[in-house]
Design a protein around this ligand. Sequence first.
Ligand SMILES: CC(C)(COP(=O)(O)OP(=O)(O)OC[C@H]1O[C@@H](n2cnc3c(N)ncnc32)[C@H](O)[C@@H]1OP(=O)(O)O)[C@@H](O)C(=O)NCCC(=O)NCCS
Length: 200
Amino acid sequence: MLEGLLVDLVPYGERFKKLEHRWHNGEGWFWASAGDRMILTRSMIERHQQEQAEWHERHGSHGVWFGIQTKDGTPIGDMAVNWMVPHARLAMLGAGIGEPEYWGGGYGTDALLLMIDYCFDWLDLRKLWLGTMAKNARVMRQMEKVGFTLESRVREEWYTDGEWVDGLLYGLLRTEWPGREAKVEELGLRERAANRKAGA
Ligand SMILES: CC(C)(COP(=O)(O)OP(=O)(O)OC[C@H]1O[C@@H](n2cnc3c(N)ncnc32)[C@H](O)[C@@H]1OP(=O)(O)O)[C@@H](O)C(=O)NCCC(=O)NCCS
């Protein structure tokens, strides 16, 4: 378990799995999937998870999944190393807070800082990256404040709600990371923990 200020990252398990159906059919999935508004049944979600696990096995790649829970133990989403290339010490991150009332309150950033430290200090990775669509303002702001660099813009990569939207790829090198404590200090996360509430 990785302990943050607003959230903890805990092993992904049944408690989180049970909520995936609601989360996947809510607004969060639209943003996490870069514009998909599919209606997903429980069995589709289970099949997708199973296929992902098989894909990793076939390709000899690795993923690490955490659940995100608030300090009172409420599960609110997931955070993952979705795809890792050990020989290059490279990993792609993914995150989704399934409960929209927790967006914009610093919870996702608290979780991301924990994840970055984990990736660099425990998994000994040297580069992390993450992709999103160019209208996901929360992720774009989050990348900027955490210190990721916008490395590429893929023109008209996604089709969302009737319009073509660019894809953005962000990267962070180990050498650019000052460490979680320094980032917490820089962002004043403690202060926000005291002042901000979910949905504020
Ligand atoms: C992406 C996500 C994990 C970020 O977590 P979060 O807790 O919302 O992020 P934070 O509150 O720490 O940071 C978001 C920032 O965007 C800002 N923001 C929120 N809404 C915004 C908007 N409409 N326009 C511009 N900025 C906005 C917030 O104010 C905050 O910046 P600040 O700290 O300077 O005030 C979360 O929003 C989420 O799960 N969203 C849905 C799924 C998703 O998009 N997944 C990521 C796919 S790559």
